[in-house]
Design a protein around this ligand. Structure first.
Ligand code: COA
Length: 326
């Protein structure tokens, strides 16, 4: 079995918050944010939560793929900001779109969430158990950002991206779809990027639940990203016997323009093969990669036969890459 992406969709809230807006609430500037990160603005939800954003991205992806909700037999959502502890965002998306025949669940891998979800869907589809799936990356980070902490609040935004995936049997065109993947995690480094649970107290411990916000050692994350992302990209290339010159686009997690530039230097790949949209959205965590993929798809930049590598990294720490042929 081969898992192929047959449609994409994305959603970002209407409300745009510019760097200058943020300079009104914390001590920062448009110049600092742009030069250190490449971010010019972000979309922040003043209404729709993770489920609503994910469901809208899913509807757009199904429309793009020409499939109906009844065709979907598995939904995986990569998110760390589900609207509720339970049910999962995926079950809520299932309910919202009416995918009555699907099994649905979330994967928690932070900004690597879409890659982990796609790789999991691919592995399940290879068993023959599922034929048509929705893989979604969606996050509503604005609700877990500390809006008084300038070192983190300028980085993040809200959004969702989705892909419809379909299993093709060995007798179909085998040259399309997921070719090779690689994932990793390092729990020893968990504390460099975390968000504490909001419900750590109970009647025995007598404490009051405290709000948990994102905390981050920015430079540690930066160093980790520029090392691990090239490593896992090189691994999928060598595992699949693919030369780097064959890759049309590297669709990378949008966390910082300078991280992507550093990856481009390490891989000796020019930035015109590393599409960027961080200027518009900031870091939308699990959503960055599928949103960027959707933009490339809708702009007609992906041609049948193009090889792409999608790669991301995030809290956990986690990282992963997947090589696909469009
Ligand atoms: N505006 C103005 N100044 C800021 C600022 C802001 N928003 N945030 C931090 N600063 C200040 C710091 O206080 C520090 O001041 P000091 O020198 O007086 O102490 C100075 O800018 C430099 O801070 P530093 O943290 O060294 O900056 P940096 O060049 O490492 O950039 C990040 C910070 C967060 C942009 C960068 O480390 C980064 O992108 N890391 C990776 C983060 C990431 O990808 N996270 C998501 C993972 S999925």
């Amino acid at each position: 079995m081969r898992t192929k992406i047959i449609g994409t969709g994305s959603y970002a809230p209407d409300r745009v918050v510019t760097n200058n807006h943020l300079a009104e609430i914390v001590e920062t500037s448009d110049e600092w944010i742009r030069t250190r990160t490449g971010i010019g603005q972000r979309h922040i939800s003043d209404g729709p939560g993770t489920t609503a954003m994910a469901a809208e991205a899913a509807r757009r992806a199904m429309d793009n793929a020409g499939v109906s909700p009844e065709d979907i037999d598995i939904i995986i959502v990569g998110t760390t900001t589900a609207d509720h502890c339970f049910p999962s965002a995926a079950c809520e998306v299932q309910g919202a779109i009416g995918a009555v025949h699907a099994v649905a669940y979330d994967i928690s891998a932070a900004c690597s969430g879409f890659i982990f979800s796609l790789n999991t869907a691919d592995a399940l589809m290879k068993t023959g158990a599922y034929r048509t799936g929705l893989v979604i990356g969606a996050d509503n980070l604005s609700k877990i950002v500390d809006w008084t902490d300038r070192s983190t609040c300028v980085l993040f935004g809200d959004g969702a991206g989705a892909a419809v995936v379909k299993a093709y049997s060995e007798t179909d065109d085998r040259s399309e779809g997921v070719m090779c993947m690689n994932m990793g995690s390092d729990g020893q480094k968990a504390s460099v990027l975390e968000c504490q649970s909001r419900t750590m107290e109970n009647f025995l411990t007598k404490g009051q639940p405290k709000p948990g916000y994102i905390t981050m050692e920015g430079q540690e994350v930066f160093k980790f990203a520029v090392k691990k992302v090239p490593e896992c990209i090189l691994k999928v290339l060598s595992d699949s016997g693919t030369d780097i010159s064959e890759i049309r686009y590297f669709v990378l997690h949008q966390a910082n323009y300078r991280i992507c530039e550093s990856i481009s230097r390490r891989l000796k790949v020019s930035m015109d093969r590393i599409p960027m949209n961080i200027e518009e959205y900031g870091n939308t965590s699990g959503a960055t990669i599928p949103v960027l993929l959707d933009e490339l798809n809708r702009a007609g930049k992906l041609n049948p036969g193009d090889k792409l590598i999608m790669a991301g990294f995030g809290a956990g720490l986690t990282w992963g890459a997947v090589l696909i042929q469009w």
